[in-house]
Structures are given as structure tokens and as C-alpha cells.
Design a protein around this ligand. Structure first.
Ligand SMILES: *Cc1c(COP(=O)(O)O)cnc(C)c1O
Length: 397
């Protein structure tokens, strides 16, 4: 799964090229940089890879979400529908935009359930952020049709799903904007980095400006650029972009390894009818960073998670107890604890996240285990792992 497993001379060469010029900044310094524009090069290559018109590379996936919200005009008091199962950054970005997260149920895709999203729509709903969790897709066709019909902005958090697709179209290109992360543990990594992609030229310009103090990036003299609106600094450095460029060239090779490993795991686990696989609307498009599976109930899942750990099957996540990825344990978010007063505290009536009740999501997450699929497994390691898993599943069944 994580790209850092496969660093070699390619990353070192890209970084070295930046260090040779001394220009670590992604804009300007035209003469000194000797034609090296790593961030721009990444943006071009990434847009081409995804089949989308525009990409803006930025500091992190979290920054990408903030940029997408700003570029889509989502702000104070706007309701944004989000899933309860995601990395907490999705919710942070909404809260810090001054908007109001509204949680809707997930289904057995482990992503937002389109019917639940429809029920959660109100006349204050401005956006839906669908999160393609653990490498694979939500029912993105139904969600985009719903958002189009109801004139709600769809933003995709594809931070965990770079390289994944639905019916041949890249995840992150269905919504008005798609967000990606290249943090240290993602499928490809920049060290720290993220990206927003869109086909919409205007939103792209706002995104690139917002991430750079509102600069309009017109002309060749940065000192004379205009500032049509305010922004902030969500920029990436050339050093990080250089690492990302080398990693992007390896993405297809990474996907092939992950998919081959997943295929073997799925074949091997087929004889255990009490272990069922996560629903994936288009299996061929799964980036296969994880194998996510269901046990019949919470008790069986807890027993299985403990037995897998005991047998040394590492990299398994029981998200239901995890305090970064599932609402149940987000006490700080529920209490709206922040260093300063958040805009949401001024919303009337103030939402009370302690009383959010999502029985279906609880039921699903209670019996879900995800196992990281590593790039570096040898055939022997994978065989041992599958043997150990088979023994655990035998004992549980
Ligand atoms: C990793 C991740 C993010 C945030 O990305 P960073 O680059 O770590 O800021 C956002 N959403 C999801 C679903 C993620 O997995």
C-alpha cells in the first residue's frame, strides 16, 4: 500500500535536480531554476493520468479539501453531507470552512449510501463530500446523479483511492472537484502533499489562487500579480513535488502489485462463507490498497481481529474502535473542542454531534476488518499470511 516501500534512485534523482538549482519554490525564479518545474510537471502528468483538465498540487490532502470547499463557494453555515467513516480530515476541513457537517449512513461499500444522502438533504445543503474509503469506490454513479438532480455540489475525497476508477473513469473526476493526498502513508507519496482536480477552469483558477494568497498567476512577474480575492498558503515545495513525480511514474506498477496480491487473498478466502467481502461497485477499478471484509457480527469481528493479531497477521484495522477514522470515537469533534470559537458554534440551532445516531453504520463497522495490502510482500510472506488467516477463519467458523 504505501509508496514509501518503494523509494529508489528515481526519487533521489528528482530531488537532486531540485537541490542542484537551489530553487525550492514552485513559482518564479525562472532563470535560476534551469527549466525545472516539478510541481507544474506533476500537475500536468497527474491530469493526464486521470483524464481531467486541471490539477493543482498543494501541501496536503487536508489542504486539498479546504481548497475544494473554498473553490466551490462553500462557507459559513452551509450544510455539507459527509460519511461517519473517513479520516477525520474530511470533517475538519468542513468545520474550518465554517460549514456544518451533516453525517449520513454508509452502506456495505463502506462509503456514503446514496439513499441516506438523499434523506439528509435540506434546503441548506450545499455539498456532499463522498469519501472513497480504503482504495475503492462509493456508488459514485448514483451519488453524482443525485447531486446533479438536486443541484448540490459533489466533492470527492479520493485521498485513499489514487489510481482507482469506476467503469474506466478515474475516481476524483466525477464530482465538481476531486481531492487527493500524497501523505507519508498513501499509495504514492510526496512526503506531504495533496492535489485538487477539476474540469472546471474557473474553479481551478480559484483553487490555485486560494492556495497561494489569492495570486492570479497571470504574467511572468510574480511581484506584479493581482490578488482578486484572499487566500492562504497551502503551497507545496518543489522538493516534495519532485518525490511525487517519481512516485507517480510508479503508480501503475504499484496498482498491479496490489491487485495481484488481492486476487490471491480473495481466491484463498473464498471457502469461508462466514467471511464476506466489502461491496465494490466495479471490482476492476479497485486500487486494492486494502482487503476489507465482514464477519457475521461484532463479536465475531472482535474475536477475529484479536486472533489475527495474535497469529502475527499485521496491518489489520478494526476501524470501529479506532479514533481517527470513525465518528464513534471522535470525542473532540463531538464536543467541538477547538483552540478558538468555531463558526459552527454560532449556528442556530447548534448541531449536537453527541446525539448523532447512525445504527446502520455502527452495525456495518462493528463487523468490518480491513487489512493493508503491502507492496513489499514476498510470495512466501503472502503464503504464510494466507495460511495464518485460513487458520483463524477456520477456528471462528
Ligand atoms: C489521508 C486522508 C486525508 C488527508 O490527507 P493528508 O495529506 O494527510 O492531509 C483526507 N481524507 C482521507 C480519506 C484520507 O485518508
Amino acid at each position: 500500500m504505501p509508496g514509501f516501500e518503494k523509494f529508489d534512485d528515481a526519487e533521489r534523482k528528482e530531488v537532486q535536480e531540485v537541490l542542484e538549482t537551489g530553487v525550492l519554490f514552485r513559482y518564479g525564479f525562472d532563470a535560476a531554476r534551469k527549466g525545472r518545474w516539478k510541481a507544474f510537471e506533476f500537475e500536468k502528468a497527474f491530469s493526464e493520468r486521470l483524464g481531467v483538465r486541471h490539477c493543482h498540487l498543494c501541501a496536503s490532502g487536508t489542504a486539498a479539501l479546504s481548497i475544494a470547499l473554498a473553490a466551490c463557494g462553500i462557507g459559513a453555515g452551509d450544510e455539507v453531507i459527509v460519511p461517519p467513516f473517513t479520516f477525520v480530515a474530511t470533517v475538519e476541513a468542513v468545520l474550518l470552512a465554517g460549514a456544518v457537517p451533516v453525517f449520513a449512513e454508509i452502506d456495505e461499500t463502506l462509503c456514503l449510501d446514496p439513499d441516506a444522502v438523499e434523506k439528509a438533504l435540506t434546503d441548506r445543503t450545499k455539498a456532499v463530500i463522498v469519501v472513497h474509503m480504503c482504495g475503492a469506490m462509493a456508488r459514485i454513479d448514483a451519488l453524482s446523479a443525485l447531486c446533479r438532480k438536486r443541484s448540490v455540489t459533489l466533492i470527492e475525497d479520493a485521498c485513499q483511492s489514487v489510481g482507482a476508477s469506476f467503469q474506466g473513469k478515474a475516481l476524483g473526476t466525477f464530482g465538481r472537484m476531486g481531492c487527493f493526498s500524497f501523505d507519508p502513508v498513501k499509495t504514492i507519496t510526496c512526503g506531504e502533499g495533496g492535489a485538487v482536480v477539476t474540469d472546471d477552469e474557473t474553479r481551478y483558477r480559484v483553487a490555485a489562487g486560494f492556495a497561494d494568497h489569492g495570486h492570479d498567476h497571470e504574467g511572468t512577474d510574480r511581484g506584479r500579480e493581482g490578488h482578486p480575492f484572499l487566500g492562504t498558503n497551502f503551497r507545496i515545495s518543489e522538493l516534495n513535488a519532485a518525490v511525487g513525480l517519481a512516485q507517480l511514474k510508479k503508480l501503475d506498477a504499484f496498482l498491479a502489485i496490489q491487485r495481484a496480491h488481492k486476487h490471491k487473498l480473495v481466491e484463498r478466502l473464498r471457502p469461508f462463507p462466514h467471511v464476506t467481502m466489502r461491496q465494490i461497485p466495479d471490482e476492476a477499478g479497485d486500487s486494492a490498497t486494502f482487503l476489507s471484509f465482514f464477519l457475521p457480527d461484532e463479536a465475531a469481528a472482535r474475536k477475529t481481529a484479536a486472533a489475527l493479531a495474535e497469529k502475527g497477521v499485521d496491518g489489520c484495522f478494526y476501524w470501529y474502535d479506532n479514533n481517527w477514522h470513525y465518528l464513534r470515537q471522535w470525542d473532540h469533534i463531538k464536543a467541538l473542542k477547538a483552540p478558538a470559537i468555531l463558526p459552527i458554534m454560532l449556528v442556530e440551532p447548534r448541531p449536537d454531534y453527541r446525539s448523532v445516531h447512525l445504527p446502520r453504520s455502527d452495525e456495518i463497522m462493528g463487523r468490518t476488518i480491513s487489512m493493508q495490502i503491502k507492496l513489499s510482500w514476498t510470495d512466501a510472506e503472502l503464503e504464510n499470511r494466507m495460511d495464518a488467516m485460513a487458520r483463524v477463519f477456520d477456528a471462528i467458523g
